[in-house]
Design a protein around this ligand. Structure first.
Ligand code: PRE
Length: 298
């Protein structure tokens, strides 16, 4: 446990975004007494704030159970010197947020971040006449609908967040394509939080960049298979088609000082164009996110 009186946390805002929920949940898990919220409009602003020490922690989404890697965050990780010190997974429950008496049939325009649109694509097929306007976050979407205060507008967001903007929620069952929709957020920091006890569940995450495509990827997989380490995440992303270059984020369930991990890193360094350790941290069990969040709102 970490006890610190005032902690600055940056996240994709404004208030009521899923990132805000995750950031507040992290603060609650860590028993921070007082949190100064730095609500950012873009992911790179979050990275910059933490890099410049204006915020101690940055909370960003890395992966959604439906739509996969958040590409922009993956790309930012390649170039940052920040470290991953923790992660938090929260349930994502999208609904439609509207002004006062708006009925679902009155809606003509939906404001949303691109991620919820992707995650609710099956549901949205039933309302193909809706015009979709993309926003920087689900909270910006809700804020916009609230400010415009028209009965033909709706936002894709979450019920709790909608309360910040005085919106009503329609269709509060899960609108996502799959029954269980969760997003994993990572916590970024300038310095590492040391994990001394190797027996507890610990992850090591690194990012590799490779030139060329399939052969290098196969070589990497062979190394991982040889050392038989538990892979909890592996995701390649093609950065450029012209001169093929891939980044691969790999997450292994072991401490960085584990002898096998050390061998793997040495082997992979020979194959990769670049290899960067993103972090090594203890995995905390899932907690009841919405409970803490509601308590803060009421
Ligand atoms: O729009 C928000 O509320 C965010 O916090 C961003 C974001 C994302 O980029 O994935 C976070 C979690 C959900 O998957 C949807 C959107």
């Amino acid at each position: 446990m970490i006890y610190k009186s005032i902690v600055h946390i940056a996240f994709l805002g404004p208030k009521g975004s899923y990132s805000h929920i995750a950031a507040m949940q992290y603060a609650s898990n860590r028993h921070f007494n007082q949190v100064i919220e730095h609500s950012c409009r873009r992911f790179d602003d979050i990275f910059n704030l933490v890099e410049c020490d204006h915020a101690e922690y940055g909370v960003v989404p890395i992966e959604n159970s439906n739509s996969g890697l958040i590409d922009e965050v993956g790309d930012l990780l390649l170039n940052t010197r920040l470290l991953l010190v923790d992660e938090i997974t929260i349930p994502i429950k999208h609904c439609i947020l509207v002004n006062n008496h708006t009925d679902i049939n009155q809606i003509q325009i939906i404001y949303s971040h691109p991620q919820p649109v992707q995650q609710c694509s099956e549901f949205l097929k039933h309302f193909s006449a809706w015009k979709i306007v993309f926003c920087e976050s689900s909270a910006v979407a809700m804020e916009t609908v609230s400010k415009l205060n028209q009965s033909n507008l709706g936002a894709l967001g979450n019920k709790q967040g909608g309360q910040f903007y005085g919106l009503h929620s329609l269709l509060t069952y899960n609108l996502s394509n799959s029954h269980k929709n969760t997003t994993r957020f990572i916590v970024l920091k300038n310095t590492n939080i040391a994990v001394f006890n190797h027996s507890i569940a610990t992850k090591t995450i690194f990012i590799i960049s490779i030139k060329g495509q399939s052969e290098k990827l196969c070589e990497i997989l062979k190394v991982l298979q040889f050392y038989n380490t538990k892979i909890t995440y592996l995701r390649p992303r093609l950065l450029s088609y012209e001169r093929p270059r891939n980044i691969i984020i790999i997450e292994l369930m072991a401490h960085i000082n584990n002898v096998y991990i050390q061998h793997i890193l040495i082997e992979l360094q020979k194959i990769a164009y670049s290899l960067k350790i993103l972090g090594c941290y203890q995995v905390t069990p899932l907690t009841d996110v919405i409970f803490h969040y509601n308590r803060k709102l009421l």
